[in-house]
Design a protein around this ligand. Sequence first.
Ligand code: SF4
Length: 115
Amino acid sequence: MKAPREAYVKALQEKVSAVCIDQAGEGVCRPGGGFTCRLQAFLDQIVEAIEGVESERIEDYVEAVRDKICSICEYREPDGSCPLRDTADCDLDRYLALVIEAVEEVAASGSALDM
Ligand code: SF4
């Protein structure tokens, strides 16, 4: 992590949770079908995966997420498929572009502070 953990939490709340269809207001989540929020469950791994990629291609980030998060996620099937992803019920997959933006903005500001 290139910045304090709280900075990532705040950025994700502002950029992703604020527009998430599963948010019930005032920072409370109500993921459909009783699924738990992947952003909360895997924050550290998400930051690590995104910061490990330097690419203009979203596919490279998708690959990193599948490799570092889906591989340890309880919703993943043994064959690598995911019923939540198939129904757009995974918040991480659904908002990946926004998640990348939030993490990279925080990382950039954290790196700037180091200079
Ligand atoms: S796509 Fe599926 S396996 Fe991957 S993080 Fe989301 S819920 Fe978990």
